[in-house]
Design a protein around this ligand. Sequence first.
Ligand code: MN
Length: 302
Amino acid sequence: MNTQPSTTSAAVAAAPHPPQAPAAAFTLPPLPYADYALEPVISADTVRLHHTKHQKGYVDTLNRLVVDTPFADLSLEQIIQSTAGKPEHLELFENAAQAWNHALYWNSLTPGGGGVPPRALRVRIDSAFGGVEALKEELRTAATKQFGSGWVWLVLEGTRLRVVKTANAENPLSAQMKPLLTIDVWEHAYYLDFQNRRADHVNAVIDKLINWEFAAENLASDPGGNHGEGDPGAAQRFNDGQIRFVASARGAKKIRDGAAVRPEEEAALEKAARLGKARAKGQDPAISSAAPAINSKDKNTT
Ligand code: MN
Protein backbone atom coordinates (compact mmCIF):
# COMPACT_ATOMS: atom_id res chain seq x y z
CA MET A 1 0.00 0.00 0.00
CA ASN A 2 1.49 3.29 -1.03
CA THR A 3 -0.38 5.39 1.48
CA GLN A 4 2.72 7.24 2.58
CA PRO A 5 2.34 10.97 1.96
CA SER A 6 4.69 11.94 -0.81
CA THR A 7 6.81 14.33 1.19
CA THR A 8 7.79 11.76 3.77
CA SER A 9 7.97 8.57 1.73
CA ALA A 10 11.62 8.91 0.83
CA ALA A 11 12.57 9.70 4.37
CA VAL A 12 11.11 6.61 5.96
CA ALA A 13 11.38 4.09 3.16
CA ALA A 14 13.69 1.13 3.54
CA ALA A 15 17.16 2.22 2.58
CA PRO A 16 18.28 0.86 -0.78
CA HIS A 17 20.81 -1.90 -0.46
CA PRO A 18 23.02 -3.74 -2.92
CA PRO A 19 22.54 -7.42 -3.65
CA GLN A 20 23.91 -9.68 -0.90
CA ALA A 21 23.64 -6.84 1.59
CA PRO A 22 22.38 -7.56 5.07
CA ALA A 23 18.72 -7.00 5.81
CA ALA A 24 17.33 -3.60 4.90
CA ALA A 25 17.68 -0.98 7.59
CA PHE A 26 15.19 1.76 8.27
CA THR A 27 16.61 5.16 9.00
CA LEU A 28 15.64 7.99 11.31
CA PRO A 29 14.47 10.80 9.03
CA PRO A 30 16.05 14.16 9.84
CA LEU A 31 13.77 16.88 11.18
CA PRO A 32 12.43 19.15 8.42
CA TYR A 33 13.56 22.21 10.49
CA ALA A 34 15.91 23.11 13.35
CA ASP A 35 15.09 21.65 16.76
CA TYR A 36 14.32 25.15 18.12
CA ALA A 37 12.09 26.11 15.17
CA LEU A 38 8.83 25.24 16.91
CA GLU A 39 9.48 27.43 19.96
CA PRO A 40 7.85 28.76 22.01
CA VAL A 41 5.04 26.20 21.54
CA ILE A 42 7.34 23.16 21.52
CA SER A 43 10.77 23.68 23.08
CA ALA A 44 14.03 22.54 21.52
CA ASP A 45 14.47 20.17 24.49
CA THR A 46 11.17 18.48 23.74
CA VAL A 47 11.91 18.24 20.03
CA ARG A 48 15.39 16.79 20.63
CA LEU A 49 14.18 14.19 23.13
CA HIS A 50 11.20 13.30 21.00
CA HIS A 51 13.27 12.89 17.84
CA THR A 52 16.57 11.45 19.05
CA LYS A 53 15.24 9.27 21.89
CA HIS A 54 11.60 8.34 21.32
CA GLN A 55 11.43 8.23 17.53
CA LYS A 56 14.94 6.85 17.17
CA GLY A 57 14.08 4.17 19.70
CA TYR A 58 11.19 2.99 17.53
CA VAL A 59 13.37 2.92 14.40
CA ASP A 60 16.18 1.05 16.17
CA THR A 61 13.81 -1.50 17.67
CA LEU A 62 12.13 -1.98 14.30
CA ASN A 63 15.53 -2.71 12.74
CA ARG A 64 16.35 -5.25 15.44
CA LEU A 65 13.01 -7.00 15.02
CA VAL A 66 13.10 -7.35 11.23
CA VAL A 67 16.68 -8.56 10.84
CA ASP A 68 16.74 -12.03 9.27
CA THR A 69 12.97 -12.22 8.98
CA PRO A 70 10.69 -12.13 5.92
CA PHE A 71 9.65 -8.63 7.05
CA ALA A 72 13.13 -7.28 6.30
CA ASP A 73 12.33 -7.03 2.59
CA LEU A 74 9.05 -5.15 3.07
CA SER A 75 8.49 -1.41 3.03
CA LEU A 76 7.49 0.29 6.25
CA GLU A 77 3.90 0.55 5.01
CA GLN A 78 3.87 -3.12 4.05
CA ILE A 79 5.10 -4.12 7.50
CA ILE A 80 2.36 -2.03 9.10
CA GLN A 81 -0.29 -3.51 6.83
CA SER A 82 0.87 -7.08 7.33
CA THR A 83 1.17 -6.92 11.13
CA ALA A 84 -1.86 -4.76 12.01
CA GLY A 85 -4.36 -6.62 14.15
CA LYS A 86 -2.06 -9.63 14.61
CA PRO A 87 -1.32 -10.11 18.30
CA GLU A 88 1.64 -12.37 17.51
CA HIS A 89 3.35 -9.44 15.74
CA LEU A 90 2.32 -6.68 18.13
CA GLU A 91 5.81 -5.43 18.97
CA LEU A 92 6.80 -5.25 15.31
CA PHE A 93 3.57 -3.45 14.43
CA GLU A 94 3.97 -0.95 17.24
CA ASN A 95 7.51 0.01 16.35
CA ALA A 96 6.88 0.14 12.60
CA ALA A 97 3.74 2.23 13.08
CA GLN A 98 5.45 4.60 15.51
CA ALA A 99 8.34 5.06 13.06
CA TRP A 100 5.83 5.94 10.34
CA ASN A 101 3.60 8.11 12.55
CA HIS A 102 6.47 10.29 13.75
CA ALA A 103 7.77 10.88 10.22
CA LEU A 104 4.32 12.21 9.32
CA TYR A 105 4.08 14.17 12.58
CA TRP A 106 7.14 16.39 12.12
CA ASN A 107 5.95 17.31 8.65
CA SER A 108 2.49 18.08 10.02
CA LEU A 109 4.04 20.97 11.98
CA THR A 110 5.92 23.98 10.67
CA PRO A 111 7.29 27.21 12.13
CA GLY A 112 4.76 29.93 11.39
CA GLY A 113 2.04 27.38 10.77
CA GLY A 114 -1.64 27.65 11.59
CA GLY A 115 -3.51 30.32 9.71
CA VAL A 116 -5.66 29.68 6.68
CA PRO A 117 -5.43 26.41 4.70
CA PRO A 118 -4.72 26.63 0.96
CA ARG A 119 -7.86 27.07 -1.11
CA ALA A 120 -8.20 23.53 -2.50
CA LEU A 121 -7.98 22.09 1.00
CA ARG A 122 -10.26 24.76 2.42
CA VAL A 123 -13.01 23.85 -0.04
CA ARG A 124 -12.84 20.23 1.09
CA ILE A 125 -12.78 21.27 4.75
CA ASP A 126 -15.85 23.46 4.26
CA SER A 127 -17.65 20.60 2.59
CA ALA A 128 -16.78 18.01 5.24
CA PHE A 129 -16.85 20.06 8.45
CA GLY A 130 -18.69 23.27 7.61
CA GLY A 131 -15.59 25.43 8.00
CA VAL A 132 -12.01 25.59 9.25
CA GLU A 133 -13.04 26.57 12.79
CA ALA A 134 -15.29 23.51 12.99
CA LEU A 135 -12.41 21.28 11.85
CA LYS A 136 -10.13 22.81 14.49
CA GLU A 137 -12.77 22.14 17.11
CA GLU A 138 -12.99 18.49 16.00
CA LEU A 139 -9.21 18.16 16.22
CA ARG A 140 -9.21 19.70 19.73
CA THR A 141 -12.03 17.46 20.90
CA ALA A 142 -10.44 14.32 19.50
CA ALA A 143 -7.10 15.23 21.10
CA THR A 144 -8.54 15.83 24.54
CA LYS A 145 -10.86 12.81 24.41
CA GLN A 146 -8.15 10.38 23.38
CA PHE A 147 -7.70 8.57 26.69
CA GLY A 148 -4.02 7.95 27.32
CA SER A 149 -1.40 7.89 24.59
CA GLY A 150 -2.35 8.20 20.96
CA TRP A 151 -2.72 10.29 17.84
CA VAL A 152 -5.23 12.60 16.20
CA TRP A 153 -5.49 12.56 12.42
CA LEU A 154 -6.99 14.47 9.54
CA VAL A 155 -7.58 11.71 7.00
CA LEU A 156 -9.06 11.13 3.59
CA GLU A 157 -11.52 8.26 3.66
CA GLY A 158 -12.66 7.57 0.14
CA THR A 159 -13.21 11.13 -1.07
CA ARG A 160 -14.24 12.64 2.26
CA LEU A 161 -12.13 14.33 4.94
CA ARG A 162 -12.53 13.06 8.50
CA VAL A 163 -10.96 13.53 11.91
CA VAL A 164 -10.09 10.28 13.69
CA LYS A 165 -8.14 9.41 16.82
CA THR A 166 -6.13 6.29 17.53
CA ALA A 167 -4.60 4.77 20.65
CA ASN A 168 -0.93 4.07 21.24
CA ALA A 169 0.80 3.25 17.94
CA GLU A 170 -2.34 2.62 15.89
CA ASN A 171 -2.73 4.57 12.67
CA PRO A 172 -5.43 4.81 10.02
CA LEU A 173 -3.47 3.02 7.28
CA SER A 174 -4.88 -0.40 8.05
CA ALA A 175 -8.40 1.04 7.95
CA GLN A 176 -7.86 2.11 4.33
CA MET A 177 -7.69 5.81 5.16
CA LYS A 178 -5.01 8.20 3.96
CA PRO A 179 -3.60 10.42 6.72
CA LEU A 180 -3.13 14.05 5.64
CA LEU A 181 -1.68 15.27 8.92
CA THR A 182 -1.35 14.10 12.51
CA ILE A 183 -0.90 15.44 16.05
CA ASP A 184 1.00 13.34 18.59
CA VAL A 185 -0.84 13.35 21.92
CA TRP A 186 1.53 11.08 23.80
CA GLU A 187 2.73 12.88 26.93
CA HIS A 188 6.31 12.89 25.63
CA ALA A 189 5.15 15.35 22.95
CA TYR A 190 4.27 18.08 25.45
CA TYR A 191 4.99 17.22 29.07
CA LEU A 192 8.20 19.26 29.42
CA ASP A 193 6.47 22.36 28.05
CA PHE A 194 2.86 22.02 29.20
CA GLN A 195 3.01 19.34 31.90
CA ASN A 196 -0.47 17.78 32.07
CA ARG A 197 -2.18 20.52 30.01
CA ARG A 198 -2.73 18.60 26.78
CA ALA A 199 -5.58 20.87 25.64
CA ASP A 200 -3.36 23.97 25.90
CA HIS A 201 -0.62 22.25 23.94
CA VAL A 202 -3.02 21.11 21.21
CA ASN A 203 -4.62 24.56 20.97
CA ALA A 204 -1.20 26.14 20.51
CA VAL A 205 -0.19 23.52 17.93
CA ILE A 206 -3.36 24.07 15.92
CA ASP A 207 -3.12 27.88 16.07
CA LYS A 208 0.64 28.31 15.57
CA LEU A 209 2.22 25.21 14.05
CA ILE A 210 -0.20 23.09 12.05
CA ASN A 211 1.05 22.65 8.50
CA TRP A 212 -1.98 23.05 6.26
CA GLU A 213 0.23 23.19 3.17
CA PHE A 214 1.51 19.68 3.94
CA ALA A 215 -2.04 18.39 4.30
CA ALA A 216 -2.96 20.11 1.03
CA GLU A 217 -0.01 18.47 -0.75
CA ASN A 218 -1.05 15.06 0.52
CA LEU A 219 -4.60 15.69 -0.60
CA ALA A 220 -3.43 16.86 -4.02
CA SER A 221 -1.35 13.72 -4.46
CA ASP A 222 -4.49 11.65 -4.03
CA PRO A 223 -7.46 13.69 -5.28
CA GLY A 224 -9.57 10.70 -6.18
CA GLY A 225 -9.21 8.99 -2.88
CA ASN A 226 -7.72 5.89 -4.49
CA HIS A 227 -4.86 5.03 -2.20
CA GLY A 228 -4.12 1.58 -3.41
CA GLU A 229 -0.76 0.49 -4.69
CA GLY A 230 -1.44 -1.04 -8.07
CA ASP A 231 -4.17 -3.24 -6.68
CA PRO A 232 -6.39 -1.19 -4.38
CA GLY A 233 -8.21 -4.28 -3.17
CA ALA A 234 -5.11 -6.20 -2.09
CA ALA A 235 -4.76 -4.77 1.39
CA GLN A 236 -8.49 -5.04 1.99
CA ARG A 237 -8.46 -8.72 1.02
CA PHE A 238 -5.43 -9.27 3.22
CA ASN A 239 -7.09 -7.64 6.19
CA ASP A 240 -10.34 -9.50 5.57
CA GLY A 241 -8.34 -12.72 5.57
CA GLN A 242 -6.68 -11.77 8.84
CA ILE A 243 -10.02 -10.97 10.41
CA ARG A 244 -11.46 -14.30 9.27
CA PHE A 245 -8.45 -16.13 10.63
CA VAL A 246 -8.54 -14.38 14.00
CA ALA A 247 -12.26 -15.10 14.21
CA SER A 248 -11.82 -18.77 13.34
CA ALA A 249 -11.48 -21.44 15.97
CA ARG A 250 -7.96 -22.20 14.78
CA GLY A 251 -6.92 -18.56 14.88
CA ALA A 252 -8.44 -18.04 18.29
CA LYS A 253 -6.60 -21.05 19.65
CA LYS A 254 -3.28 -19.86 18.20
CA ILE A 255 -3.70 -16.47 19.77
CA ARG A 256 -4.89 -17.95 23.07
CA ASP A 257 -1.90 -20.21 23.23
CA GLY A 258 0.42 -17.41 22.20
CA ALA A 259 1.66 -19.87 19.63
CA ALA A 260 3.19 -19.05 16.29
CA VAL A 261 0.91 -18.84 13.30
CA ARG A 262 3.99 -19.42 11.17
CA PRO A 263 6.54 -21.19 13.37
CA GLU A 264 9.50 -20.57 11.06
CA GLU A 265 8.82 -16.88 10.96
CA GLU A 266 8.39 -16.73 14.72
CA ALA A 267 11.68 -18.53 15.22
CA ALA A 268 13.34 -16.05 12.87
CA LEU A 269 11.87 -13.15 14.80
CA GLU A 270 13.07 -14.61 18.06
CA LYS A 271 16.53 -15.12 16.64
CA ALA A 272 16.59 -11.57 15.31
CA ALA A 273 15.64 -10.19 18.70
CA ARG A 274 18.42 -12.21 20.33
CA LEU A 275 20.96 -11.08 17.75
CA GLY A 276 19.79 -7.50 18.08
CA LYS A 277 20.31 -7.54 21.82
CA ALA A 278 23.73 -9.10 21.41
CA ARG A 279 24.67 -6.56 18.77
CA ALA A 280 23.58 -3.70 21.01
CA LYS A 281 26.08 -5.02 23.54
CA GLY A 282 28.70 -5.53 20.82
CA GLN A 283 28.89 -9.24 21.52
CA ASP A 284 28.10 -11.00 18.28
CA PRO A 285 30.69 -10.84 15.51
CA ALA A 286 28.46 -12.95 13.26
CA ILE A 287 26.21 -9.99 12.58
CA SER A 288 28.72 -7.20 12.82
CA SER A 289 28.57 -6.80 9.06
CA ALA A 290 25.06 -5.43 9.41
CA ALA A 291 25.96 -2.95 12.09
CA PRO A 292 28.00 -0.44 10.10
CA ALA A 293 25.22 0.02 7.54
CA ILE A 294 22.68 0.84 10.21
CA ASN A 295 25.03 2.94 12.26
CA SER A 296 26.36 4.91 9.35
CA LYS A 297 22.83 5.75 8.23
CA ASP A 298 21.95 6.86 11.70
CA LYS A 299 24.96 9.12 11.79
CA ASN A 300 24.00 10.65 8.50
CA THR A 301 20.51 11.44 9.57
CA THR A 302 20.68 12.47 13.20
MN1 MN B 1 5.81 10.75 19.90
